[in-house]
Design a protein around this ligand. Structure first.
Ligand code: SAH
Ligand code: SF4
Length: 358
């Protein structure tokens, strides 16, 4: 069985010809899939029954991804969905909305997961602490976006941005992640602008180089968290051969090839990587390269890590800026519903929401 939601437009052209249909049916099918959100084959009403039967006979299907639970923050700007796939696997995906001063509709960013769990084991991250379960298929990644697209369509809104910052390490599931990006950005499929997408990685260097060669205009965020290997290895135990220096050089190569500036994410943790000396060391490493640092005061998870006091966060930011490095503090979203960075962990949600899951 092949899910129609993993078929790229070029492959769809070939597929419709193979089942004896005219080429224009490929566009009809893609339009129905990406703009009408059918739940199963019988929902594809514009497609003639004979073609639907031929698709089924050729082994094509529309996989199921059902909403098992939904929570919204009090201000309604953050919504977390627990999605359940056909095999019973569950993942979390988050919608963050930012009201706009100039536009009627808010910016609506979907934060997608690429893996169930994660093998990288970052000590402050709930997903890392649950270990690696499995990779998600491209169609399972796409389903997360389409689910929110459907929710938003009912309010005459749409998905405007996408960040690969949910559960898992996107580059450790490289092929399926890139297929999902191509499906979501292809003008004949979901059609989101490449520049509206950011992939966040803990830093798998050969794959950052491979991504730079994909001819995509997507943004890259590297989770750095430290200006030196001593601190970084403590936070990212799997960093192994990937030194801070090598990561920085890889980011420069990415910028050179794609023209897209890199964001460095930095989870600020009380007493570990938040001192003025560390800030100065980070400024020294990054200055003069047009890099942008996004400070994320750490969200509490099981690891017992605390965020620094607000004053220290501002001091850290001030030192970076003074040292010539662009720096912002991430706007906190969703922590009261455990939907903030690093808080996605399905086994905990399972316990809390057991009664809502079929
Ligand atoms: N695996 C990828 C993408 C998912 S994590 C990566 O690590 O980049 C997305 C972001 O959330 C990363 O920058 C990660 O470091 C950050 N993060 C993880 N746990 C966090 C926590 N407890 N508090 C704040 N940020 C956290
Ligand atoms: Fe994996 Fe990213 Fe969490 Fe690290 S921070 S464990 S790479 S999801």
């Amino acid at each position: 069985m092949t899910d129609l939601y993993r078929v790229l437009p070029e492959e769809m052209d070939k597929l419709v010809t193979e089942i004896g249909q005219p080429r224009y049916r490929a566009d009809q099918l893609l339009h129905a899939l990406y703009h009408e959100s059918p739940r199963d084959m019988s929902d594809l009403r514009q497609i003639p029954a004979a073609m639907r039967d031929a698709l089924v006979a050729a082994g094509y299907t529309i996989g199921s991804a059902n909403e098992a639970h939904r929570v919204a923050s009090e201000d309604m700007q953050t919504t977390k969905l627990l999605l359940k796939y056909g095999d019973g696997t569950m993942i979390e995906t988050v919608l963050m909305q930012y009201p706009s001063k100039t536009k009627i509709h808010p910016r609506s960013t979907v934060c997608v997961s690429t893996q169930v769990g994660c093998a990288m084991g970052c000590v402050f991250c709930a997903t890392g602490q649950m270990g690696f379960k499995r990779n998600l298929q491209a169609e399972e990644i796409v389903a997360q976006v389409l689910h929110f697209a459907r929710v938003l369509r009912e309010r005459e809104e749409h998905v405007t941005n996408l960040v690969f910052m949910g559960m898992g390490e996107p580059l450790a599931n490289y092929t399926e992640t890139i297929r999902a990006v191509r499906l979501l950005t292809h003008a004949r499929a979901f059609g989101l602008g490449q520049r509206s997408i950011t992939i966040s990685t803990v830093g798998v260097i050969p794959l950052i180089d491979r991504l730079a060669d994909e001819q995509l205009q997507i943004g890259l965020a590297i989770s750095l968290h430290a200006p030196n290997d001593k601190i970084r290895r403590r936070l990212v135990p799997t960093a192994g051969p990937h030194s801070v220096e090598d990561l920085f050089l890889a980011s420069k190569r990415y910028f050179k090839k794609t023209g897209r500036r890199i964001t460095f994410e930095y989870a600020l943790i009380d007493g570990i990587n938040d001192s003025p000396e560390v800030a100065a060391e980070l400024a020294q490493l990054l200055k003069g390269n047009g890099a942008h640092v996004n400070l994320i005061p750490v969200n509490s998870t099981a690891g017992g890590f605390q965020r620094p006091k607000r004053q220290l966060v501002h001091e850290f930011q001030r030192i970076l800026r003074k040292g010539g490095v662009n720096c912002t503090v991430r706007v906190e979203k969703g922590s009261e519903i455990s939907a903030a960075c690093g808080q996605l962990r399905t086994d905990m949600v399972k316990k809390i929401t057991n009664s809502n899951i079929d």
